[in-house]
Write a protein that binds this ligand. Structure first.
Ligand code: NAD
Ligand code: KPL
Length: 305
């Protein structure tokens, strides 16, 4: 089986992973959206990673989804709403037993992808690393974090797992990846929408702690009903800790909205509300928050799904 890492999505996290793997001497190939983007990428000469104010360019080869040749190992590094359509295009190239690492935040997109590629193994990831695009093909590593990886259907460690350590990508294999993803989803649901509605940085929520706490209570009930009691443990306390630790930062959803970008609401608060409805739960605060957020996004001319 080929050991090449194909990376779908030359955005923030995709470029961060690609550059670190390439720096460690791993074979990496970027999959670009179309011929126009591929030509622009080739003209630029590859990806540039800026770390500690030092920029370094990596001449990683690129291709489009239509290139020939099988894919054995794929890092899916696009936004949650792009993942399944992108995989529908790539599915014919996936070798039998291909392994996919899904970097998407939230929940729901992983199952949408798995439906497109029943012949592949889907490994879910939950990342707290931070990176942002400074320019086309140039990404700044914004801060240290961690990556949890796991496969809810198969606890076996993938044979390539040491590549991450070789590349300095902090990560650990976990059999509880769904708990990690639910916990992060709950944190994001308690913080991100309110920062959009109150137009504030995370620390601004210290003036709305009653609202935050009430949401945490409902989110905890939901997590218990979804069979995720561990993800519910001390949720309110952790949310307050995160608000304090990131007080000066703007949440990722707030940043998306301010930059007029589509948000991943469908896979965060939307997923929570759909899960509650499936369980016949009426979570008034969560539903009202979702409706307010949808109205707010529509008023800004942004997609609300
Ligand atoms: P991004 O928008 O910077 O990058 C996504 C890239 O995917 C874009 O370059 C886009 O053009 C590309 N893309 C979309 N569809 C494609 C297709 N069909 N073919 C080829 N390329 C395609 O996004 P990001 O910030 O890297 O986020 C990716 C995921 O990681 C999101 O779910 C996000 O929530 C999560 N995440 C990001 C960070 C971060 O710091 N950026 C941290 C934790 C989690
Ligand atoms: O993950 C986050 C985000 O902004 O997406 C934090 C900082 C935890 C806020 O929810």
């Amino acid at each position: 089986m080929s050991s090449t890492w194909h990376i779908l999505g030359a955005g923030s996290l995709g470029s961060l992973w690609a550059c670190r793997l390439a720096a460690a001497g791993k074979a990496v190939r970027m999959i670009l959206r179309d011929d126009r983007r591929l030509q622009a990428y080739q003209r630029a000469g590859g990806l540039t990673l800026v770390e500690h104010d030092q920029a370094r360019q990596y001449a990683i080869p690129g291709e489009t989804a239509d290139a020939p040749g099988p894919i054995h190992r794929l890092l899916v590094a696009c936004k949650a709403y792009d993942a399944a359509p992108a995989l529908a295009r790539l599915a014919p190239r996936l070798a039998e037993g291909a392994e996919l690492v899904l970097l998407q935040n939230g929940l729901g997109s992983q199952d949408e992808v798995a439906d497109q590629v029943p012949h592949a193994r889907c490994i879910f990831a939950s990342s707290t690393e931070g990176a942002f695009r400074e320019d086309d093909w140039q990404v700044r590593f914004a801060g240290h974090g961690f990556n949890w990886l796991g496969d809810p259907a198969n606890p076996t460690l993938p044979e390539w797992f040491d590549d991450l350590q070789d590349a300095g990508i902090p990560g650990q294999w976990t059999v509880d990846i769904l708990t990690r993803l639910w916990r992060k989803l709950a944190l994001n649901c308690a913080i991100n929408p309110l920062t959009v509605l109150h137009e504030c940085h995370n620390g601004g929520l210290l003036e709305h702690l009653g609202e935050v706490e009430a949401l945490c209570t409902e989110l905890s009930q939901l997590l218990h009903r979804c069979g995720q009691p561990e993800a519910a443990q001390d949720l309110g306390e952790e949310v307050q800790r995160v608000i304090l630790a990131t007080a000066a930062n703007y949440s990722s959803m707030y940043q998306d909205v301010r930059a007029n970008r589509r948000t991943e609401v469908h896979y965060l608060l939307g997923h929570a509300c759909r899960a509650a409805a499936r369980h016949g739960m009426h979570l008034e605060r969560l539903e009202r928050l979702h409706q307010r957020l949808v109205d707010n996004l529509r008023a800004r001319g942004l997609p609300s799904d």
